[in-house]
Design a binder for this molecule. Sequence first.
Ligand code: PLP
Length: 388
Amino acid sequence: MDSGSPDVFDPADRLTCLRAGDAAGPVMPPVVQASLFRFDSLEALFAAQAREHEVSVYSRGTNPTVRELEQVIARLERAEAAKCFGSGMGAIAATLFALLEAGDHVLFCGDIYGPTIELAERLAGFGVGHSRCFATDIDSIEQAITPTTRLIYCESPGSMRFELLPLHEIAAFARARGIFAVIDNTVATPLLQKPLELGFDLSLHSCTKYIGGHSDTLGGTVAGSNELVERIFRRGYMLLGAAMAPHDAWLHLRGLMTLPQRLAQQQADAMEIAQHLASHPKVRRVFHPALADGVQAKLFARQMRGHSGLFSVEFDLPDHASTIAVANRLQLFGKAISWGGVESLVTSPWRRDPGDAEELRMPRTMLRFSIGLEGRDALIADLGQAMA
Ligand SMILES: Cc1ncc(COP(=O)(O)O)c(C=O)c1O
């Protein structure tokens, strides 16, 4: 697959990102900076409250600017509905809070974003158990299910090793047993993977990454059926209060307008840089789903339209300290967490040398790169001088 081809995206998604064909009026929606909305009578107010997930009553529930973004995300995710949150963690917390009860178990599959696991550890105090399955084959995942498993939570690709899970099989297995199938789809973006079409119940994103795309705002979203999104709205969104602010929704709508172009450039440059590094003598391994072989390559072809601008590298260096030194010598890569903006970033999965025992899945000489828009030649030259 030529992951750099602009045709990699569904043409309908390009129009959705631009909101092409919208009714006459301003090209950008107004930022409705209001916390509450007036009604003609108390009867009208009470009627609106019964439909608060779609009618603006109070902006901790529904706000017109945020709703505009929710409708765009729902279309991109092929979902009936979406809800937007103040951050990705807000969306994850509300989803788990709304769907789980004491006595339930969650199975986490793949490399899961650290704070999501920390949240699950907190939920243990409220009677919700969890376990993890790192294997990527469906047999191991099936064996990891317990009689009380209520929800399977996946990350595919994961955000460090970029391994893929068999999403179709997981969704079918979960559906047959009445288990919720939920995925954090942030790495793939709504353009490159459509989990609901693969049978997942809910697809979550940190909009802070590629959707906002400019490292200037936080946001999160969850997309799925009307029934599930309304349930999350009533039991998670309204009660936990991680509402998205109207101006943030406006920034995300603006970010989405150029998502296909940014992503096309970033994925093409990332692919070229990853391929260049794969043949470098100081590189042991590159983690990039389009460069994987065997089952992983088949999954990539089957469930993704391409990969984004992220990859990791295991260097052939003696230790953690010399790997950190390579990162520090980079001039065009910001040393920062997060990713998905227009600036290139580098980080390490390890804050300190993990030691042999801990270094199981994440090599100590590993760095993760998020490719921005500086151009592949300049970034390759920068990597060359840092690795010299
Ligand atoms: C894969 C993934 N999911 C969720 C999140 C959480 O998103 P936020 O920082 O917007 O709360 C992050 C943040 O880095 C992430 O990398």
